[in-house]
Design a protein around this ligand. Structure first.
Ligand SMILES: NC(=O)C1=CN([C@@H]2O[C@H](COP(=O)(O)OP(=O)(O)OC[C@H]3O[C@@H](n4cnc5c(N)ncnc54)[C@H](O)[C@@H]3O)[C@@H](O)[C@H]2O)C=CC1
Ligand SMILES: CC(C)CC(=O)C(=O)O
Ligand SMILES: [Mg+2]
Length: 373
């Protein structure tokens, strides 16, 4: 089959990690006889430099027409270090999420057994963790009215949610819970925030359609502690935009690195796949960033296209790379060697193309300075 994939490499390490995901997709295309037609477009600081805006019209058009979107990351210290900047790279991402109505961001958090030794958390606490974070993505405080007083001494960010915005993601989260361990935890701050109280009331109503799912509530401050102290108590986590952003970065500690967490952002018509990390500008061009979150995002993309075997092939390749220790520095444990972003991508692609061949000799794969086995 032929699929059109809009590719937005973005800024910082975005292009490097997206290139590795494309290598994995190319290998899948080769093995399973598909054609992936990439249409590369710009967003973020690179788009501002070229066109003056963080999200050019052409990018929106190409994304709307594509079968799926693969995104890297946006963000640049030139803007981060200038609080007065009127145009920012991140506005492009937020605008795209809103333009395409990508309201449901799913962030799977898994403790890969090969990485248990990498986590600062105790092995017995995280082993077996499998949480799906459902983060509302197109509403809340990131999209509220923003104001700065004329004298620059008072700032305002408004947070708003409607019942309809809550209902649509709640249904998706409950459906996911039905296919998992049948537990859904709503994370909010309902002891303080009116929006959170609306979330609790609405989600409790939606729960009546899912009587087989056990619904419980947790305040966000406690949740950020519980996710690292006892992550296995969670199955599906449902939460609003800001809380989901923060909780998922905290949850990265379970996965061994933020470079391991992929995500899908789903709307009615479009779907975008991206690692949860940012543009990690310190690593730009150094070939050191972990590409696995981007590669795993490509796996989620294939799943979304209904290509489950192909998605699984990427997953197996990722697990194999972890198994053999063919990883970047962030996943290195004591005395273990590591390799580069591009070599990890090469290995994953190579493994996808040759994994059915039991005679494949991994020692033949050229891995630069790294010791493979
Ligand atoms: N989705 C997006 O495009 C996002 C963009 N940003 C933007 O990214 C820029 C940098 O933001 P930060 O807060 O520093 O977050 P970041 O996620 O880019 O990096 C934070 C830290 O995580 C680690 N890290 C991130 N990605 C990694 C990878 N692939 N492999 C290994 N380690 C990795 C590094 O230690 C890094 O210092 C900012 O401009 C920010 O606005 C931040 C988050 C998400
Ligand atoms: C621009 C930010 C909202 C991006 C981010 O941190 C994220 O989506 O995780
Ligand atoms: Mg974030």
């Amino acid at each position: 089959m032929k699929y059109t994939i809009a590719v937005i490499p973005g800024d910082g390490i975005g292009p490097e990690v997206t290139n590795q995901a494309k290598k994995a997709l190319d290998a899948v295309a080769e093995v399973y006889d598909h054609i992936f037609l990439y249409k590369e477009v710009q967003m973020g600081a690179c788009a501002i430099d070229k066109t003056g805006v963080p999200l050019p019209e052409e990018t929106i058009k190409v994304c709307k027409e594509a079968d799926a979107i693969l995104f890297g990351a946006v963000g640049d210290p030139r803007f981060d270090n200038d609080p007065t900047a009127k145009i920012r790279p991140e506005q492009g991402l937020l605008q795209l999420r809103q333009e395409l109505d990508l309201f449901c961001n799913v962030r799977p958090v898994k403790a890969y057994h090969h990485l248990l030794k990498n986590s600062p958390l105790k092995k017995e606490i995280i082993s077996g963790t499998d949480v799906a974070i459902f983060r509302e993505l197109s509403g809340g405080i990131y999209f509220g009215r923003k104001e700065l007083s004329k004298d620059g001494k008072v700032a305002f960010d408004g947070c708003q949610y409607s019942v309809d915005e809550i209902i649509r993601i709640a249904h998706l989260a409950f459906k996911a819970a039905q296919n998992r361990k049948k537990k859904l935890t709503l994370i909010d701050k309902a002891n303080v925030l009116e929006t959170s109280r609306l979330w609790r009331k609405t989600v409790a109503e939606v729960a009546k359609d899912y009587k087989d799912v056990d619904l419980n509530f947790m305040f966000v401050d406690n949740a950020t502690m519980q996710i690292v102290l006892n992550p296995k108590q969670f199955d599906v986590v449902l939460t609003e935009n800001l809380f989901g952003d923060i909780i998922s970065d905290v949850a990265c500690v379970i996965g061994g690195s933020i470079g391991m967490l992929a995500s899908s952002s789903i709307g009615k018509e479009n779907a975008l796949f991206e690692p949860i990390h940012g543009s990690y500008p310190q690593a730009k061009g150094k070939d050191i960033a972990n590409p696995l979150a981007s590669i795993l995002s490509a796996s989620l993309l294939l799943e979304h296209l209904g290509l489950q075997d192909e998605a699984d092939a990427i997953q197996r390749a990722v697990e194999k790379s972890l198994d053999l220790g063919i990883t970047t520095k962030d996943l290195r444990s004591k005395n273990q060697t590591f390799t580069t972003t591009s070599k990890v991508g090469d290995f994953i692609a190579d493994y996808i193309e040759n994994q059915e061949d039991s005679n494949m000799n991994f020692k033949n794969i050229h891995m630069g300075q790294s010791t493979i086995i």
